[in-house]
Design a protein around this ligand. Structure first.
Ligand SMILES: Cc1cc2nc3c(=O)[nH]c(=O)nc-3n(C[C@H](O)[C@H](O)[C@H](O)COP(=O)(O)OP(=O)(O)OC[C@H]3O[C@@H](n4cnc5c(N)ncnc54)[C@H](O)[C@@H]3O)c2cc1C
Length: 544
């Protein structure tokens, strides 16, 4: 018990910092809690910033609290325009300056919580200073003023979640989205990202992948390919890095590649100093170090740090990263690791794709979903899942995130007793269906090949859809034997075949039938639809 009130300084007054400060106050009425925020606003909704670009959300609605309202409700001493510049761990002080006046300050602390967030990566490209980042309300004000007053050509550099969101919310202008990598939304695997890419195309956003920017001038953006795009406004969304300099300068342990290192209680290498949010490294579902600049973690960690600081048994273990975005009519998101990441970790995952309807097909308004589950077929352990589609995509993603975090096995997804009525789902919900497919794979009933394995499989390719569907497009070299005629054709087939349909359902029935008739049959995971999306992902999108 402290004789005098506990002095806590929180550096960074938005997601993680404010979550920590308010929780701390709820647990300790006497602590002297000071929040230092470099910018003019605290507790603003950074996730809502892109929605003001499109006018969906009013600017004032993004400002959730003011220093006065936080003083009144939580008795917090919130100091905006106060930048922390140095931590003296021996003296237990934070030194900084008032950013408007330049006036220096030094404050003593008993405990310190760092939540300085992340900053936009500014690649070393000549002229890049002209590009607008989107991290704070002042960033938004500058970008919105430019978008509203400059000419119609907007170029967004970087097609991660924030770049895609910025491009979508700036729609209506002539928007070009540039990505140096091979696909949009890197947390998704390419065949799912291709669906998002197609939606961006449909909505008039020009997307160029493999597009490295070499120069930004007052009027144009130049690409490595030699192309030159008119650019009245340039948005910088080339990724973010943990803001760890303050911690580094204070001699706290920081990962070589960036990110403050913390223990399970979110204490840094100095146990009096906690760190939360985008500035830290956490651990992913495989217990590997992970940089997860997302709001859920920042909020959760703020609370955990405050709890632990107050002597409560709180810890923050490995978590799957779960992210989601709305891209016009589509929702796209992922939880846990994608296939690429699992393979990079040296594991051999099994992958299944499904394309169910959002709810019972006979009830009006059903929309298509595209789901991918990445798991271990021997143990059933789920590594991650991805979802792209219409209504209900978010619900399925959240159920899968819950299952992943709770350690539910892939085949046990079939056992989840999910809510059902025709407007909401199916008696076999899309998540249950993933479980049924996983069961079939784990039991050895079905062996799915992936879209990128089909043509090199050495198997006879059999398209079991209708003749009409086949005519509209099929795998090269595939023969068309509609499912209902397959029995009589079985004796004439090669001994090893790959059967497929549009989404996988008829292909599954066909494979089980053929296997019983003595033909060794594999299915194509996700059917023709996934194969097509996979093919689309192989074609780099040229600049417009
Ligand atoms: C445009 C945008 C959209 C997003 N959308 C989503 C979304 O839809 N879903 C999602 O999960 N996540 C989203 N995020 C990410 C999410 O906002 C962050 O993960 C979260 O805010 C991180 O919280 P934090 O406390 O670590 O950092 P922040 O909330 O960024 O707060 C850090 C604060 O610290 C201040 N600071 C830094 N250094 C100092 C210093 N030395 N002294 C004083 N103050 C300092 C900064 O000014 C900043 O205000 C989005 C982020 C952005 C920018």
């Amino acid at each position: 018990m402290h004789a005098s009130p506990l002095r806590v300084i929180v550096i960074g007054g938005v997601a993680g910092g404010m979550s920590a400060a308010t929780r701390l106050r709820r647990l300790n009425e006497t602590a002297l809690i000071t929040v230092l925020e470099r910018g003019p606003y605290v507790s603003f909704a950074n996730c809502g910033l892109p929605y003001h670009l499109s006018g969906t959300v009013g600017r004032d609605d993004l400002l959730l609290h003011t220093p006065d309202s936080l003083q009144a409700r939580f008795n917090l001493d919130v100091r905006v325009h106060h930048e922390a510049l140095q931590i003296d761990r021996a003296a237990r002080t934070v030194t900084g300056r008032q950013t408007l006046t330049g006036e220096p300050f030094t404050l003593p602390y008993d405990r310190l919580i760092l939540s300085p967030g992340a900053h936009a990566v500014r690649p070393p490209i000549p002229g890049i200073e002209r590009a607008f980042p989107l991290r704070t309300v002042p960033d938004l004000d500058r970008l919105k003023a430019a978008v509203d007053t400059a000419g119609p050509h907007v170029v967004v550099i970087g097609a991660g979640f924030i770049g895609v969101e910025a491009a979508v919310r700036a729609a209506g202008r002539h928007v070009t989205l540039l990505e140096a990598g091979p696909q949009v939304l890197p947390p998704l695997d390419p065949e799912l990202a291709a669906l998002v890419h197609q939606e961006l195309d449909r909505q008039g956003i020009h997307v160029a992948t493999g597009a490295a920017v070499t120069r930004v001038t007052d009027t144009h953006v130049h690409l490595h390919s030699g192309a030159c795009l008119p650019a009245d406004v340039v948005v910088l969304a080339a990724g973010v890095r943990p803001s760890d300099q303050l911690a580094r300068d204070a001699g706290l342990d920081v990962a070589t590649g960036g990110g403050i290192l913390v223990n399970d209680h979110l204490q840094t290498s100095d146990p009096l100093i906690y760190a939360v949010g985008d500035a830290i490294l956490t651990r992913d579902a495989l217990d590997q170090p992970a940089f997860v600049p997302l709001a859920w973690g920042a909020n959760r960690q703020g609370r955990v740090a405050a709890d632990h600081l107050m002597g409560r048994p709180a810890s923050y273990g490995p978590h799957p990263a779960t992210a989601i975005a709305r891209i016009f009519t589509l929702t796209a998101g992922s939880t846990g690791l994608n296939e690429r990441q699992v393979r990079a970790a040296g594991l051999t995952p099994t992958v299944i794709h499904t394309h169910p309807a959002s709810h019972a097909g006979y009830y009006p308004g059903a929309q298509g979903l595209h789901l991918k589950l990445v798991f271990d077929a021997a143990t059933g352990r789920i590594y991650g899942a991805q979802a792209v589609g219409g209504d209900g995509t978010d619900k399925r993603l959240d159920v899968l995130a819950t299952a992943l975090h709770a350690g539910v096995r892939a085949d046990d997804l079939a056992d989840l007793p999910l809510a059902y009525a025709p407007p909401y789902g199916s008696a076999k919900d899309p998540v249950n269906m993933l479980g049924y497919v996983a069961q079939n794979v784990m039991d050895g009933l079905t062996r799915p090949l992936q879209w990128h394995e089909a043509l090199s499989s050495g198997r006879q390719l059999i398209d079991v859809r209708s003749a009409d569907e086949y005519r509209r497009g099929h795998l090269p070299g595939a023969v068309n034997i509609p499912l209902d005629t397959l029995r009589e054709q079985a004796p004439h087939l090669a001994p090893r075949v790959l059967v497929y349909c549009q989404v996988g359902q008829r292909g599954h029935t066909a494979a089980l039938l053929l296997n019983q008739l003595g033909v060794e049959a594999c299915t194509l995971s996700g059917g023709y639809l996934t194969w097509q999306a996979g093919q689309a992902s192989l074609t780099p999108a040229a600049h417009p």
